[in-house]
Design a protein around this ligand. Structure first.
Ligand code: ATP
Length: 135
């Protein structure tokens, strides 16, 4: 079994889609290990998106992820990282396949509702940032 860091980004909370999206993860069989509604500052965004801070798209992304409360989660299950990236769908909601969270619910490449760690290394780095006290 594997753990991964999932964010339900501020667009999810604003649009009232927390239940819909969390329901998909639960229905798939993933377990909630940690969960917190919080609003992050720019420094936390920079830590989380360390690999993107120099990119052109980063300033508006930083503004977006700090724009309101988001739900941070640690989810656990067999091959959770790959399973969740499959459920999330392609980064750009306009291109994501129907049936995926982004494909069904997002029409944007920035406001794409969810984040899921992309590797075991990213998962362990990100879980430490978001839930430093998690055993
Ligand atoms: P995430 O890491 O959030 O699961 P991802 O791995 O599919 O998404 P990344 O390439 O890591 O996508 O980009 C991180 C986030 O940056 C995306 O989820 C999206 O919100 C934003 N982003 C990525 N590319 C663009 C872009 N070209 N324009 C605007 N925002 C972008």
């Amino acid at each position: 079994s594997q753990r991964t860091l999932v964010l339900l980004k501020p667009d999810t909370v604003r649009r009232g889609l927390v239940g819909e999206i969390l329901g998909r993860f639960e229905a798939k069989g993933l377990s909630i290990v940690a969960m917190d509604l919080r609003t992050i500052d720019g420094e936390t965004a920079d830590q989380h998106y360390a690999e993107h801070v120099e990119r052109d798209f980063y300033p508006p992304l930083r503004a977006f992820v700090t724009s309101g409360p988001l739900v941070a989660l640690v989810l656990e299950g067999d091959e959770a990282i790959e399973v969740i990236r499959g459920l999330n769908g392609a980064t750009d909601g306009r291109k994501a396949a129907p049936g995926t969270i982004r494909g069904d619910l997002s029409l944007s490449n920035r406001e794409n509702l969810v984040h899921g760690s992309d590797s075991p290394e990213s998962a362990s780095r990100e879980i430490k940032i978001w839930f430093p006290d998690l055993p």
